[in-house]
Design a protein around this ligand. Sequence first.
Ligand code: SAH
Length: 249
Amino acid sequence: ERRRGSAEPGALRTGVAAGGMAWRPSRRQRRSKQQQKKELLAGPGGEQGRGRQAGPPGPEAAPAGRSAALRARMEERLLSARFRYINQQLYTSTSQEAARLFQSDPEAFEIYHRGFAQQVRRWPENPVNRIIRYLRRRPASLVVADFGCGDCKIASSVRNKVHSFDLVPLSPLVTVCDMAKVPLAAESVDVAVFCLALMGTNLQEILEEANRVLKQGGTLMVAEVASRFEDTRAFVNAVAQLGFKSISK
Ligand code: SAH
C-alpha cells in the first residue's frame, strides 16, 4: 500500500546494500545455465545418439516422420535455450537496455514470449490469474496499471480501466514504453501490477515510477519467482523504504 511519496534519493539503494540483496543470477538461474550448457553440448549429435540407442528402425519405420519429429524436438530445445538466454539478459540489464535489446532485435521479443508462454503452461498456477481474481473481488472502478503486461491478460479479463505497458505490443491494448517511464499522470491509478515483470536491475527507479503514478493508499502488487531474490525480506524492507506498507506476502 502506498503510504507516502518517494523516499529520499538512494533509500532503496541503501536498503538493498544493507540487506545484501544483489541481482546476481540465483541458484536456479545458475543451474539452468549449466543445464543450458549441457543441452548445447549435447547438441544434435546427442539427440541422434539417444535415438540410435533405442534400437535400429524396423522395416516399418518411416524415416521422414522420424526426422520431422526429431527436427521439431530440436527446434523446441533451441527455442527454450534462447528463451532462457534472453530471460537472463533481461534480469541482468537495466530496463533501458532491455528496451534497446527488443528494438534492435524484434525476433528476440517473439522468442521470449513464446518461451514465456511455454514455461508458464507447466506451472501449477499462473500468478496473473490470482491477480485477476483479486481485482474481480475489488470495485471495478479502480484504475489499474499493468507494468510489463505481455499479452494483456489482465486488461482483457477485468472490467476495470487498465493501462497496459510493455516494450513491444503483443496486443493492440498495449502502450509501448519502458516501465521506468510510463505516460501517466502522478497519483492517477489505484493498483499497480508487476506480474513476473520486475526484471530490470534499475528496480528502484521502476518502483519509484509505480509510486509516482499510484494514489495515496493505492496498492502495489508484485508477483515474482522466489528464487529471483537472494533475500526476500530485504526486498520487502527496501520496498517499504520507498514509501509502501507491506499488507500481505
Ligand atoms: N505480466 C505478463 C507478462 C510477463 S513477461 C504476465 O504475467 O503474463 C514479462 C514482460 O515484461 C514481457 O512482456 C516483457 O516484454 C516486459 N518487460 C520487460 N522489461 C520491460 C520494460 N523495461 N518496460 C516494459 N516492459 C518490460
